[in-house]
Design a protein around this ligand. Structure first.
Ligand code: FRU
Length: 500
């Protein structure tokens, strides 16, 4: 009977596949996407013996959420990914999000340098426990631990909690223990657990009801980051939650200290700090054991996932971002910069390099790009202009375009995707803005366009916006613009992505 149901499932999904046309024009070139089927959160990001690993929430059977398992890919350069077989498949439970650490000193007894994954076992929406699996062959095969669950769902009033998920772990040297952060999403609570061996965990402390409390808390992580230009460090607690835009998901962070037991927020409890001001950046977690502090996130939004128009895959990851902190007048804030590996990828072909060029209102100068994947690094002196920016993915035939700009009066960086292409859901067409200040009259935009996504890093990574777009037809063109006066482009460099 079981086999019959499986055969039927496969047949139905095969018929579905046969009917739908592929949308390779929206397939990213330098962002990770699964060859086929659905992905959401990145899981277990880790660097190990020369390889970067992405595990990810994956449906092995269909192009929609379901059958949650951990997909797997590895890369030597953070740009080209080799797809590997499903690492941790669903069984009687779904394999939800979690982290991976490298157990260098064999604290767990699974073997020196084993990879240890801890993830949420979801009982089809009824209950969530934390489970463990390990690999002693560089992540190629995984064994589910016999002693699972390692942390069962809390049972207030004798009833197991339905929502208790997304563990992320790291080794905390000062207290000589593994530390895990995991959330009770609907209580807006992060719990910290400690362990000597990755299998027995004790509750250390809780952090709750601070920051943004509008939706729920998911996918937490805790990482110690350097403050640029200073000796000191600060701890950053990141959470996926409601984002900066009302009713849309996003990510927030807290800056503070961690003493091996408790995370203490530096800021008043109601301070809200957001990671990314687009609508398509969620569930980011840091790479464990990486040479540089870095992270990547899922580029989509639960607000309109059903409407994502790509086939035969749905979901992609952001580019990896190097993360650090900066002291500002308002306090210590997160900086995100594109990973150096992406900037240095051998596929970039220089197209334009210019300095000192005046631009007027939509001055008509337009560059034609053949490819839909490019990187623009531009610095403007605003002078008399009220707004400067670049229009990308311009299509002269249907007038579609996406605007990335800076508004002087509102002191905001923005992506405007109102006329960017296919409007996949009523709430999709929007202009999303982030606070950003010009520095001595200049702003710098580093823009990544990759077929169906835009990521813009404002100034030196102080403001970041991530947006999906689905342009229709030939739309590689781009153009600089200023509004309300003449601006000067002090530096401009553009590269086009050439496929191998
Ligand atoms: C976040 C999330 C996680 C969960 C996973 C399930 O996007 O809801 O909380 O573990 O997705 O796929």
């Amino acid at each position: 009977m079981k086999n019959l149901i499986l055969a039927l499932c496969l047949f139905v999904s095969y018929v579905g596949y046969a009917q739908q046309a592929s949308t390779e024009q929206w397939r990213p070139n330098f962002h990770f996407s699964p060859a086929k089927n659905w992905t959401n959160d990145p899981n277990g990001l880790v660097y190990h013996e020369g390889e970067w690993h992405i595990f990810y929430q994956y449906n092995p059977f269909e192009n929609k959420w379901g059958h949650m398992s951990w997909g797997h890919a590895v890369s030597k350069d953070l740009v080209n990914w080799e797809h590997l077989p499903v690492a941790i498949p669903e069984d009687s439970v779904w394999i939800f999000s979690g982290g991976v650490v490298i157990d260098k000193n064999n604290t767990s007894g699974f073997g020196a340098n084993s990879m240890v994954a801890i993830y949420t076992a979801d009982y089809h929406g009824k209950k969530e426990n934390q489970h463990l699996a390990y690999s002693t062959d560089k992540g190629r095969t995984w064994t589910k631990y016999k002693g699972n669950p390692i942390i069962p769902a809390p049972m207030p009033g004798g009833k197991a909690m339905k929502d208790f998920r997304d563990p992320n772990m790291f080794w905390h040297e000062p207290s000589k223990q593994w530390v895990m952060v995991v959330v009770l999403p609907l209580e807006f609570k992060a719990q910290f657990y400690g362990s000597k061996n990755l299998t027995n965990w004790t509750l250390l402390s809780e952090f709750s009801k601070q920051g943004d409390l509008r939706k729920m808390w998911e996918c937490p992580s805790l990482i110690e980051l350097p403050i640029e230009g200073e000796q000191g460090t600060r701890w950053v607690l990141m959470l996926s939650s409601n984002g900066p835009h009302q009713d849309f998901i996003g990510m927030q962070y807290f800056v503070g200290t961690f003493d091996g037991k408790t995370f203490t927020n530096d800021n008043p409890a109601d301070t809200k700090l957001y990671v990314d001001y687009g609508k398509d950046f969620y569930a980011a977690i840091p790479f464990y054991n990486a040479p540089k502090k870095s992270m990547l996130g899922w580029m989509a939004s639960w607000n309109y996932t059903d409407a994502l128009p790509t086939f035969p895959w749905k979901g992609q990851m952001s580019i990896p971002r190097e993360i650090s902190l900066k002291r500002t007048k308002e306090g210590v804030r997160l900086l995100q910069k594109p990973a150096e590996e992406v900037l240095k990828a051998k596929n970039w072909r220089g197209l334009v390099q210019m300095e000192e060029m005046g631009i007027e209102e939509d001055n008509g100068m337009m560059w034609q790009n053949q490819a839909g994947s490019y990187m623009i690094d531009v610095e403007f002196e605003l002078n008399g202009a009220r707004e400067v920016g670049v229009k990308v993915m311009k299509n002269p035939t249907n007038n579609q375009e996406t605007l990335i700009g800076y508004q002087k009066d509102s002191e905001q960086l923005y992506i405007n995707r109102i006329n960017s292409g296919k409007v996949i859901a009523p709430n999709f067409a929007s202009m999303d803005a982030s606070p950003m200040k010009e520095e001595r009259g200049t702003v710098r935009l580093l823009v990544f366009v990759d077929q169906s996504s835009i990521e813009v890093f404002g100034n030196e990574g102080e403001a970041v916006i991530t947006s999906l777009i689905f342009p229709e037809g030939n739309s590689g063109n781009w153009q600089l613009f200023s509004r309300g006066g003449r601006a000067k482009v002090t530096k401009l460099k553009v590269w086009e992505w050439q496929k191998d």
